[in-house]
Design a binder for this molecule. Sequence first.
Ligand code: BJW
Ligand code: ZN
Length: 248
Amino acid sequence: MKKLLEKLKTKENLEKIVVLTGSGISAESGISTFRDNDGLWNNYNIEDVATYSGFAKDPEMVWKFYDQRRQEIQNTKPNKGHYALFDLETHLQKKNKEFLLFTQNVDGLHYMAGNRNIYELHGNLWDAFCINCKKKRRLNDVPLRVLPPKCESCKNLMRPDVVWFGEQLPSSVLDKGFESMDCDILMVIGTSLLVYPVAYFPFLALKNKSLIIEINTEKTHASDYFSFVKGKAGEVLPEIINNLKEIL
Ligand code: BJW
Ligand code: ZN
């Protein structure tokens, strides 16, 4: 941390700050990550619940998995890490500088914290769409009354609007992500950087000579290339962002 704060003091003319978050930022809100010891992928088989073929085999079981996660998330709130990012966006807006927040999270907590310039790379747990006519629906009922939910228009099966393994990310969001890596600072928060194509983002920013601040409770495979700060997002982000605001 000390090293990073020293480095920040030498920076000037910073105009564009980009943030990439993963499930670690929501851990302090009580939401499970995927690959930590108590993570979701230790308790569920990815093939069964996070691929289209798993869904096609047993839609009811997959919907139960997502409905249970929505039930867990409905009682959670953003934490200090989320609010620090809201503070940063508000500050940059006042200064007429650019702020973009890319998240792999599907929990919607960045919206709840107040951030607005958000790009959801892996979808959102509260949205569903019809596998036939693609009509979208916001899922307000928790738990859902009918499982699996059916399309109001064509009566076909709905699916969660999340990105499963083997599926393309929404192209407008992914393209925006790739083009935004020409930033002055990229903050990479609470992600293992094990899932592609998002895991390429920081390496693109590195190529573009951005300062990359990685915040994580553990080093990742990429930490040695970045300015790594070890700690919980909710604990270290407020301090980093307060220091950043002084130079922005
Ligand atoms: C804290 C903390 C605290 C804890 N503070 N930190 C090579 C190149 C390109 C692609 C591939 C490739 N090899 C394989 C692929 C394909 C695949 C992939 O990447 N697989 C890898 C596992 C190897 N990728 C895909 O399939 C993607 N699509 C794609 O590539 O399309 C192109 C294509 C399609 C078809 C044919 C050919 C090409 C889609 C990926 C979709 C991922 N979906 C999920 C599920 C979403 C829905 C749901 O939630 O159920 O997204 S998987 C899961 O992982 C979820 C997350 O968004 C994602 C990332 O996880 P995250 O957030 O990083 O969590 P963890 O648990 O891994 O890490 C948490 C971190 O937080 C840890 O580091 C902790 O230390 C830290 N932490 N507490 C700070 N308090
Ligand atoms: Zn339909």
